[in-house]
Design a protein around this ligand. Sequence first.
Ligand SMILES: Cc1cc2nc3c(=O)[nH]c(=O)nc-3n(C[C@H](O)[C@H](O)[C@H](O)COP(=O)(O)O)c2cc1C
Length: 181
Amino acid sequence: MSGFEEKEYKVFDLFEKQWALVTAGNMERFNSCTVAWGSLGTIFSRPGHSGPTATVYLHPSRYTKEIMTESECFTVSFLPEQYRKAYGVMGSRSGRDHDKAAEAGLTPVAMGKAVTYEEAELVFLCRKIYQHQFTKSDLAKEVCDYYIAHPEVYPPDENGVWQPHWVFMGDILEVRDKRQG
Ligand SMILES: Cc1cc2nc3c(=O)[nH]c(=O)nc-3n(C[C@H](O)[C@H](O)[C@H](O)COP(=O)(O)O)c2cc1C
């Protein structure tokens, strides 16, 4: 784990282009989904933790969000390029009615109190330190309009009302980095 902050992470590339899997829960009960929105950075530096954090954003319609809200820890896992299809499976089906990991050909493994996948080449194990849903009145109008225009991607709640994402921020506890170079 030590020294991970000195390594190179092309964060815009990692999330937006490569994508990641966010996994909430533990080996007894977990679920993952593909994400393209995420951040690595620094916040809440304090005695005992120098501040590196990972932040992910889950829409309330995702099963992963349901488990994440109750989880102490989560992982953000990046798969090698040959697993692009697995990202497709994890990002288009719901763990509510699919064994997505099996369908995607991924092998769940424990990491601390959380779960990642054997196939991942870069994993951040995080302890959740913040969760909250974005406040509609504080979002830029064009962002609200974007949500409203895409109900197929961001399904409305049971009352038919659009909902913004939840933000989940975690202290980085451990990093597994099997990347070449
Ligand atoms: C490329 C890609 C990126 C995605 N990014 C996000 C994201 O950042 N946040 C999110 O909530 N959903 C995102 N999704 C959608 C979820 O992965 C998708 O709805 C998934 O089926 C949810 O599964 P679950 O219900 O098992 O949690 C993305 C999907 C794809 C294909």
